[in-house]
Design a protein around this ligand. Structure first.
Ligand code: HEM
Length: 391
């Protein structure tokens, strides 16, 4: 189907590669301020780039669907997780952590994993990391963008399962500080994985910028029935992501197609601002308790209350969580009980590679730290360092 060229506001044009000029003798021409086509294209071009994400800048993404496969209605009232067979549209973004947009995705790096669930109770986001246990970079893992895109276009839809772990409040009270610490895991034996559902990606973006670059994921996007944990890292992130997005995409980023909720949104206390593309609540009053306002309290939220029990005699102040023996217990288990000899060697190889250009005193400090996990690790790091300095 052919599409006649127009200006940005739809006025038809014959040839976008020609400008309005006053020809002069000897060739050439003088351009005019009245050439809207020329001015519009030049100024739009200058504004094509937006600030890239400070971290996780490089990525691939796709659309898909999440389906509940196991009934967990006894654990949460979140509607999108209730009812086996229930489906929710999702947007997914897979990123590298440290590199900028143009960087290679073949170097060893933590992968970011973001999912936005478009639920009937508003958007729910999961924004997590995934540390690949991968061979050193010289073995070149497959590329990020091409793989996902090609698999989906071949009809080989990638799928992931979602599981949760459950702890009773009484157990939580005595569990210790590993409870809400992102550097710790809950034992799978003690708290077995419970299946929830499956996400399948089935549609590539048609335009990367519009659909993936402008996507805004945040751990602060939570639906009723799911609440934040008292983890200071999570709370910092709940501010940091939307703040980055207001800067990166503008204050009305929630109205962009990749981010807008599929349920009704009524927040007349947030209106105007650059790039408003909704009705902007028409003539509704700002004042939310006005009898003239159509806004009413949501029933759902008053039924789903989440409370925290604060420590007795707690003091608001700067509390540092110091690294102590407890921080070495899980890494030691990983080293001794999970890794086989081959994985141990690969892991030391990976680490040693990142230490190659590091000053000697830092190398020693790293070896000493890992020695607290197991003395053999520091020996292996030392041996690797000696071997490479002889090369
Ligand atoms: C306090 C610590 C952290 C801060 C301040 C922080 C901040 C940020 C910011 C500002 C962005 C860019 C968001 C955007 O521009 O749209 C981002 C992206 C991201 N972060 Fe963090 N982060 C932190 C820790 C973490 C942790 C612990 C994880 C994993 C559990 C994580 C996973 C991600 C992912 C996956 C993205 C990419 C989001 C996307 O796909 O758009 N971050 N982070």
């Amino acid at each position: 189907m052919s599409k006649p060229f127009t200006l940005a506001e739809g006025q038809p044009i014959t040839d976008p590669s020609v400008s309005t000029t006053l020809p002069v003798r000897g060739g050439g021409g003088i351009t005019t301020l009245g050439d809207t086509l020329l001015i519009e294209t030049l100024s739009h071009f200058n504004r094509e780039r937006i600030p890239e994400r400070v971290v996780h800048a490089k990525a691939a993404g796709a659309w898909g669907e999440f389906e509940v496969t196991n009934d967990i209605s006894s654990l949460t009232s979140a509607k999108f997780l209730n009812g086996v067979g229930k489906k929710t549209p999702v947007l997914f973004r897979l990123s590298t952590t440290g590199g900028e947009k143009g960087s290679a995705d073949t170097v060893r790096d933590v992968r970011g994993f973001s999912v936005k669930f478009f639920t009937e109770e508003g958007n729910h986001d999961i924004v997590g990391n995934h540390i690949k246990s991968q061979a050193p970079s010289r073995y070149k893992p497959p590329g990020l963008d091409d793989d996902l895109w090609e698999a989906i276009s071949r009809g080989q839809f990638p799928a992931w399962k979602l599981y949760v772990q459950v702890m009773e409040p009484e157990q939580a009270e005595t569990y210790g500080r590993g409870l809400f610490d992102i550097t710790k895991v809950w034992s799978h034996k003690e708290f077995p994985l419970i299946e929830v559902g499956q996400m399948m990606l089935n549609k590539n973006p048609e335009n990367y910028f519009a659909e993936i670059e402008q996507a805004a994921f945040s751990p602060s996007n939570m639906v009723p029935g799911i609440a934040m944990t008292p983890d200071p890292m999570l709370q910092a992130r709940m501010f940091a992501y939307p703040d980055a997005q207001r800067y990166r995409l503008g204050v009305n980023y929630t109205q962009l197609p990749s981010n807008r909720a599929i349920c009704p949104v009524y927040a007349p206390f947030e209106r105007d601002g650059m790039g408003t593309i909704t009705r902007n609540y028409g003539g509704d009053p700002n004042y939310v308790r006005s009898s003239l306002s159509p806004g009413i309290p949501s029933q759902v939220v008053s039924e789903v209350r989440h409370t925290e029990r604060i420590m007795q005699n707690a003091v608001l102040g700067q509390h540092e969580i110091l690294v102590d023996e407890e921080d070495y217990v899980q890494p030691r288990d990983l080293w001794n009980r999970v890794f086989d000899e081959n994985e141990k060697r690969r892991w030391v190889d990976n680490l040693a590679e990142t230490l190659e250009d590091v000053p000697i005193q830092l190398k020693e400090a790293v070896a000493e730290m890992f020695g607290k996990v197991d003395p053999r690790i520091s020996q292996m790091i030392g041996a690797r360092a000696n071997a490479s300095s002889r090369l």
